[in-house]
Design a protein around this ligand. Structure first.
Ligand code: HEC
Length: 182
């Protein structure tokens, strides 16, 4: 009896986890493919902006999405393409992303020194956008001692980590990002 109870508990937890993961992944997929080009074209791969026209939409709910689909000239084309269930899927994906504090770093050909700050001890996301014509390699010592990330031209990648006290300085050639942990 005990064993049976344990098994059913184990499976129900497992299934609940699998379900929520799938929803997030479905939302992410739709976000990157809606209308053939995806919301990501204008809002960035992780809804963080990416320096594109739409800007950061992490944490935006269904009301803001519906309003934008009706009023935002650039989004009108998508309005007919998305049914209610798809809009809800997208909104829940954006809400989930909104729970993860993020810092965006756009690396281009300019000499840039940017500053950002992020909360201490909360699972966070660093989104790196490579706007150079070369594959770049950035050291991520705050993730692990010899950790690094490689990003192809015009590719966006994200790293998740839990910030510890101090300041993180990331450098690629003449691009520098300093993240203050508060
Ligand atoms: C062709 C470019 C483009 C595409 C594609 C696009 N958007 Fe937008 N979106 C915009 C612009 C521009 C705004 C207005 C931004 C502003 O006012 O700062 C906007 C606004 C929004 C807002 C409202 C933000 C707010 O603060 O109220 C949401 C939510 C949003 N978009 C989600 C999406 C989703 C989800 C998709 C994919 C189904 C999508 N967008 C596709 C350009 C686009």
């Amino acid at each position: 009896m005990k064993i049976l109870l344990f098994c059913s508990l184990f499976f129900s937890i497992n299934f609940a986890y699998a379900d929520s993961k799938t929803l997030f992944e479905q939302g992410e997929h739709l976000f990157r493919t809606a209308g053939g080009y995806g919301c990501s074209t204008c809002h960035g791969m992780f809804a963080q902006g990416g320096g594109n026209v739409g800007g950061d939409v992490r944490g935006k709910g269904i009301d803001k999405l519906n309003r934008a689909l009706e009023k935002e000239p650039t989004m009108l084309l998508l309005s007919n393409a998305l049914n209610l269930a798809q809009r809800e899927l997208l909104a829940s994906y954006l809400i989930e992303l909104g729970k993860i504090p993020s810092v965006e770093w756009i690396i281009d050909d300019q000499v840039t020194f940017s500053n950002a700050s992020i909360k201490l001890g909360v699972l966070s996301q660093l989104v790196l956008v490579n706007k150079r014509l070369e594959t770049i390699k950035v050291a991520l010592p705050f993730v692990a001692k010899s950790s690094f990330i490689e990003i192809k031209p015009y590719e966006t990648k994200a790293v998740q980590w839990i910030p510890k006290e101090g300041t993180i300085e990331l450098v690629y050639k003449q691009s520098v990002l300093a993240i203050e942990i508060k």
